[in-house]
Design a protein around this ligand. Structure first.
Ligand code: ZN
Length: 456
């Protein structure tokens, strides 16, 4: 059936059900009468409401049957459920026997999320956790760089959670578990918890100028996404659920000052509680664009800001490949797993540099005190027409930091040369450590220059 014809059909169904309100025998669901609500429709899903008595439920189904007879569209009884509350068991059994639809119980899942009037439990959220784990397992993470995994976390894993986060306040335990899965995926490429993270998760959530990767702080995002519903409530937005709450709970009171009403469901109470978050944030208009509340703006305002780092431009303004920028980001904070650091953690006993065999392998040695890496860096600089020789790590960082302030193409190239060289030396070092193979410096230099040319 064409979507347009379907929409016309649904309009007819909607009218059949709305007409019920005019019948004297039909009684509305007690919480629907004031807004004359008999049904809700979303695509091909239909929810019908009535008072839990024989006559009203029968009339509701007769109206639907009338539509079925006229349109040929029938409900799949196996996929339908009848929810009863506040009805004596004898009446419930009589209705169920008459209608022939199985009885349903809360919570049930709709559009992938559990619908419940009670507090969401860890078990209710298990599907979300399972989905996240399944995604992580489906990716061949071993073949992905840190930057690739970070991108997957940002685009796919967070995408799944943000959907849930926009609907409910999630249990803290669930958000922590999801964060743990993401953290393990980033640092070890799989589900588990065996290796120490090289950088704390909180830092990854900082803005880039503070040395983070701008990942979402899920608990804060969750709170603000729910605060958005509270904003809609305060504005009496033109939405059915807002109208319903105003009719039954707000009535003629001032939403901002009235006490939170008794008898609210758990999720509504949580929405209402976000009133404090909104009212303590000063002028709310700064979070509004074209009449719409922007979660991102309030998030930027409230999140932990951190302190701006001196090397921010090397990392923020870089046009080098993301995987090299990630390694440079680790190197800048001296968090690469060099032999010297591994020895400090008692992982290995021997910390001699495997590239030159002359001294311990620390970050400052590897870049560019080591004769092997200094040779590479010198060749890269020379072949790019830059007249300087490799200095210490700190000297080179200061040089590239200064160059990264400019947007000129030569300055951008200096940044790329630095990032790709650090990355390539780190790869060469890993290849020597793990496979005992070492390319000659000329082929590494050629590779670096090729990568830089591709980035520009
Ligand atoms: Zn060395």
């Amino acid at each position: 059936m064409s979507p347009f014809l379907f929409a016309i059909g649904m309009e007819y169904l909607s009218r059949c059900l709305s007409l019920l309100g005019k019948s004297k025998e039909f009684k509305f669901h007690p919480r629907c009468k004031k807004i004359d609500l008999t049904h809700l429709m979303f695509a091909d899903d239909l929810l019908m409401f009535a008072k839990g008595d024989d006559a009203s439920v029968s009339l509701l189904f007769e109206a639907f049957s009338k539509f079925s007879a006229a349109s040929g569209l029938e409900a799949n009884m196996m996929k339908s459920e009848l929810y009863l509350a506040g009805v004596p068991e004898s009446v419930a059994l009589s209705i169920l026997a008459k209608i022939g639809i199985p009885r349903g119980f809360f919570p049930f899942r709709y559009l992938g999320v559990p619908l419940s009037t009670k507090k969401l439990s860890f078990t209710d959220c298990k599907p979300l956790i399972e989905k996240t784990v399944a995604r992580v397992k489906s990716w061949s993470a071993k073949l992905l760089s840190y930057a690739g995994r970070l991108q997957l976390i940002r685009s796919v894993l967070f995408g799944i959670q943000l959907y849930w986060c926009q609907i409910f306040i999630m249990p803290k335990k669930v958000l922590k578990e999801i964060q743990r899965i993401c953290r393990c995926f980033l640092w070890i490429g799989a589900e588990g918890n065996s290796r120490k993270a090289l950088i704390a998760w909180d830092q990854l959530c900082l803005p880039k100028i503070c040395g983070g990767w701008n990942l979402k702080d899920l608990p804060l995002w969750n709170k603000l996404a729910v605060a958005k519903h509270c904003w809609d409530l305060s504005l009496k937005a033109d939405k059915l659920w807002v109208k319903w709450i105003h009719t039954y709970y707000v009535k003629h009171n001032d939403f901002w000052t009235m006490p939170i009403p008794n008898g609210l469901s758990w999720s509504l109470k949580k929405i209402w509680q976000q009133r404090e978050t909104l009212s303590s944030s000063g002028d709310l208009q700064k979070f509004v664009t074209a009449g719409k509340f922007k979660i991102q703006r309030m998030y930027n305002h409230l999140r932990h800001q951190g302190e701006s780092v001196g090397w921010k431009r090397i990392f923020c303004n870089s046009h080098a490949s993301p995987k090299s920028v990630f390694i440079v980001w680790l190197a800048l904070q001296d968090r690469l797993a060099t032999k010297e650091r591994l020895r400090r953690w008692n992982v290995i006993a021997d910390s001699v540099c495997c590239l030159c065999h002359s001294t311990d392998e620390s970050r400052d040695h590897l870049f560019f005190d080591c004769s092997y890496s200094a040779d590479i860096w010198n060749q890269v600089l020379q072949r790019s027409g830059i007249h300087r020789t490799a200095g210490t790590w700190n000297e080179e960082v200061q040089w590239v930091q200064k160059a990264s302030r400019s947007t000129r193409s030569k300055a951008r190239m200096c940044n790329s040369l630095f990032c790709e060289t650090v990355y390539s030396i780190w790869l060469a070092r890993n290849s020597k450590v793990f496979s005992n193979q070492l390319d000659n410096s000329l082929s590494i230099v050629n590779r670096i220059l090729f990568r830089v040319a591709c980035n520009s």
